[in-house]
Design a protein around this ligand. Structure first.
Ligand code: CP
Length: 328
């Protein structure tokens, strides 16, 4: 398929997103999500084939926290589609005392169409979206949200279950500190899946059930029967989570996913994890590449979904900046 053929297939699916920035799943409609899933499937079929669909489009990657998967997959996605990619990382603010919003506005001044932002603080991408004409994609902000992860996860789920509606997803682990959970819970609700959560009481936020419609279980043996998607999270030591549990060994004994526990879920259940994995703590070493595991499929799908996001934002209307807010 050449550019023209792919472009024609994409145009049959594409319509502008209902939001100029992708900072929270809350801003996406069900139609937005379904359209992004369709675009991502078209891109996935092309693997790493190069196209010039985003030729002349500049994309900035501004990661103020480390990343293995998200940053490299946005970078590869943009390059495969012919965008000009630039990258700034941690250090700028700390070493030179530059204001976060100045960093964003300086990158935007180079005529960036899209800026992909990862920040240690919750809410900064949303604030940044109000001070720049560039479309902002939240690549993970503190303990708040990580929308592109939720979208690639839903692509992965939809490959195993063509209609996710009514399917049961059980999320296990450090819910309290997880931005992955923040976006996953929102997209699961939007697509009408049933959400179960298993964790020590200390790693569960207040009002979880009211906020996300999730059902809390204190042990895996009760939660896993009837589960279609087993989704493990890691204990986020860098956010102080180890202070909420006695020891990682104890945590693993109660909440680690083993082969025996995976068998408690439905026979066709899939196993997912956003990474980084803590082998033999969140998930048994031998399950990482188990036939039911979709962990590396999630990584592969990350590139396709990020192509869909970049394409959708670059192909929609240019962003108009509101004047109601300035943090400077
Ligand atoms: N899943 C995820 O966000 O991984 P990275 O921190 O490596 O980007």
């Amino acid at each position: 398929m050449n550019d023209a053929a792919l472009q024609s297939a994409l145009e049959k699916v594409f319509r502008p997103l209902s939001c100029p920035d992708v900072v929270s799943v809350d801003h996406l409609t069900r139609a937005d999500v379904e359209m992004l899933l369709e675009l991502a499937k078209l891109f996935k079929a092309k693997k790493t084939q190069k196209f010039s669909l985003l030729k002349g489009t500049s994309v900035g990657l501004a990661f103020f926290e480390s990343s293995t998967r998200t940053k490299s997959s946005f970078d590869l996605a943009g390059k495969n589609l012919g965008a000009d990619m630039i990258s700034v990382g941690s250090g700028t603010q700390e070493k030179k005392g530059e204001n976060f919003f100045d960093v964003v506005q300086n990158i935007a001044a180079m005529n960036m169409r899209i800026i992909v932002l990862r920040t240690a603080a919750s809410g900064l991408p949303e604030q940044a979206s109000r001070v720049t004409n560039a479309h902002i994609i939240n690549a993970g902000d503190g303990t708040h949200e990580h929308p592109s992860q939720a979208l690639l996860d839903m692509l992965t789920i939809s490959e195993s279950f063509s209609d996710p509606r009514g399917k049961v997803i059980t999320v296990i682990g450090d819910i309290l500190h997880s931005r992955v959970f923040g976006s996953l819970a929102r997209i699961v609700r939007l697509l009408e899946m049933e959400l179960r959560v298993v964790a020590p009481y200390t790693l569960i936020p207040e009002e979880l059930e009211q906020t996300f419609g999730a059902r809390f279980y204190s042990n895996l043996e009760k939660a896993l029967p009837g589960t279609d998607v087993v989704y493990a999270l890691r204990v986020q030591g860098e956010r102080g989570a180890s202070g909420y549990i006695p020891t990682l060994r104890e945590y693993s004994r109660g909440y680690g996913i083993t082969a025996a526990r995976l068998r408690m879920a439905n026979p066709g259940a899939i196993l997912m994890h956003p990474g980084p994995i803590q082998r033999d703590t969140d998930i048994a070493h031998e399950l990482v590449q188990h036939p039911q595991s979709r962990i590396y499929t999630q990584v592969e799908n990350g590139v396709a979904m990020r192509k869909a996001l970049l394409y959708a934002l670059a192909s929609g209307p240019e962003k108009e900046l509101g004047t109601h807010f300035s943090p400077l």
